[in-house]
Design a protein around this ligand. Structure first.
Ligand code: FAD
Length: 520
């Protein structure tokens, strides 16, 4: 067991957020930019509707989740002029996804200069937004985008792209299509049930969307009031004066350790299984078009080999987040520390609530070296599990969705085999045993979430490959719409009349030789 303790200047780190331009100027800049973006979208957008309108009150596509992935998917569909797209978002209008909730870091990890959710519209890029708010010098001087700015940018992006979002709407169930081919989606808003119908559904429910949070059994069996997962809505103020144990030395482990220390925790002890925390960031290698756009086109053997290797390369915290934690003298990081037992002592009973008084419940962790670690609260920074069986909205489809474990022999016994075996546009694919009916509707459900990694690598919901993921989803949907409506499209073509030559003969005096106004 290696012990590293801290203790530099507790006033550091200074947040690296630039000084905004004067509010009047920034507001005017952002309005001008929004105007420019709308013009750009129109300029290179398609100019007439082509997708048959859905039934009254129904949608062509429902996007579940209004984070960067859900909003990006809605925008990508709009670039194909697929209308009647609705986004359902559990959260409020001033938040987009995780960034002001359980993401507790100071900055994003992703490089600032990547292709992203702006797709083909440069005026929607973060860089343009940042410059409008802070000025070009500030962008040049910024290394990683501050988390709150990313949230603000996404809010602006949502407005400018015109995403149609129902906020405060939590999806609870999705039902198989009715006789007209529409899935029914059940949700609640303000405690009341709401129902939607749609021809297609994109699931963009974030890191939990492939299954759920991962809590190791030893953490799970602790009383709920003595432990949390990093995705939980943790009230850090109650950790003041308390001893916190953080399990896991990834990005979230450091961020949550710092959040606890900044809230006045008496101490934070981080437990890391490995001999060292991850230092290399394999994502930086993956950020090239071959990986982002074409990983899907490799063989299953190549994809699986990559997934196995990459699965063993955990994501590191940022350097700043390590420094942020180590700036507290009461922060300790223990490596090579695997838990073998976790129990509650004191407080009356094993399920007793926490407290700070004498006799309050304590959590006692015993590691594999037999050393005991005592704390008042455990934060589990242990990430997420892919297990579609944990997703309530997939209940009716689960038995028909193909998984890697069934489609590719070597994946049978591996946890990553739980990833859905997706098609080229992130659509679920039906198992060989599915009925013909299920086989027809399963590919109308799209998984833009963590389970996509075995099929699509870095393309998906995270910034390292989001543009490629969004592009694939929208292309697939537009292709499928074309195919399924082709007989009608062709009928309309055979009936099509568009006479451009009205006079076969000499030019008539008084007629303009060339049109004097646009004809199309
Ligand atoms: C500490 C930390 C640092 C990170 N740094 C980066 C980074 O630098 N770059 C990066 O690309 N990624 C980073 N990530 C990962 C980041 O979480 C994802 O990339 C990003 O959130 C993916 O966007 P999303 O839209 O898929 O998910 P989210 O942003 O989580 O959005 C999902 C949305 O779905 C909504 N939702 C969930 N369930 C329901 C429901 N039942 N009904 C309705 N709505 C629902 C949620 O409210 C949420 O708004 C980081 C994550 C953490 C925790």
């Amino acid at each position: 067991m290696t012990l590293l303790t801290a203790g530099l200047d507790p006033t550091l780190p200074v947040r690296d957020r630039p000084e905004p331009l004067p509010e009047v100027q920034a507001t005017a800049n952002l309005a001008t930019l929004a105007d420019q973006a709308r013009k750009d979208m129109a300029l290179i957008g398609h100019n007439h509707d082509w997708v048959p309108a859905p039934q009254d009150g129904a949608f062509n596509v429902l996007v579940l989740g209004g984070g960067q992935a859900g909003l990006g998917a809605a925008f990508a569909l709009s670039r194909h002029r697929v209308g009647a797209v609705k986004v359902l978002e559990a959260g409020p209008a001033d938040e987009v996804g995780c960034w002001t909730r359980y993401a507790r870091m100071h900055t994003l990890r992703s490089p600032k200069n990547m292709k992203g959710i702006e797709l083909d519209i440069p005026s929607l890029h973060t860089e343009r937004w940042f410059e409008a708010k802070y000025g070009p010098e500030a962008w040049a001087a910024t290394d990683l985008c501050p988390r709150e700015d990313w949230n603000e940018y996404l809010t602006w992006y949502r407005e400018v792209t015109g995403a149609d979002v129902d906020f405060g709407t939590t999806v609870t169930a999705v039902h198989t299509p009715d006789a007209d081919g529409y899935f029914t989606v059940e949700a609640t808003r303000d405690g009341e049930p709401v129902v939607y119908r749609a021809r297609r559904i994109v699931f963009a429910l974030g890191l939990k969307g492939g299954g759920g949070i991962f809590l190791p059994p030893l953490v799970q069996q602790l009383p709920a009031e003595l432990r949390a997962h990093t995705e939980d809505d943790i009230d850090f103020s109650v950790l003041q004066g308390r001893r916190v144990i953080v399990l896991g030395g990834g990005a979230s482990g450091f961020d949550n350790a710092s959040a606890a220390l900044e809230a006045g925790a008496a101490s934070v002890e981080m437990h890391v299984r490995r001999p060292d925390i991850p230092r290399q960031n394999s994502l930086r290698w993956m950020e090239f078009p071959g990986m982002q756009e074409h990983f899907y086109d490799l063989t299953d053997e190549q994809k699986w080999e990559f997934s196995l290797f990459n699965g063993g390369l955990p994501q590191p915290p940022t350097q700043a987040s390590v420094w942020r934690a180590f700036n507290h003298a009461n922060f300790t990081m223990l490596t090579d520390t695997r838990w073998s037992a976790a129990e509650v002592r004191g407080g009356g009973s094993a399920s007793a609530g926490a407290g700070t008084g004498a006799g309050a419940a304590e959590v006692v962790i015993t590691d594999e070296h037999g050393v005991e670690h005592v704390g008042d609260y455990v934060i589990s920074a242990t990430g997420y599990a892919v297990d579609l069986g944990l997703r309530p909205e997939l209940d009716e489809f689960l038995g028909d969705i193909a998984l890697w474990s069934e489609e590719f022999g070597p994946a049978a016994e591996h946890p990553m085999g739980q990833c859905p075996y997706l098609g080229d546009g992130f659509q679920f694919q039906a198992k060989g045993t599915a009925s013909a009916e299920a086989a027809s509707y399963i590919p109308k459900l799209f998984h833009l979430s963590t389970g996509a990694r075995a099929s699509h690598g870095v393309a998906g919901n995270q910034l390292s490959g989001i543009y490629a993921g969004l592009t694939r989803v929208a292309n697939r949907i537009a292709t499928d719409i074309t195919r399924e409506n082709w007989p009608d499209f062709f009928d309309s073509f055979t009936a099509f009349q568009h006479e451009e030559v009205g006079n076969v003969g000499r030019h008539v005096d008084g007629e303009a030789w060339y049109p004097q106004a646009p004809r199309y």
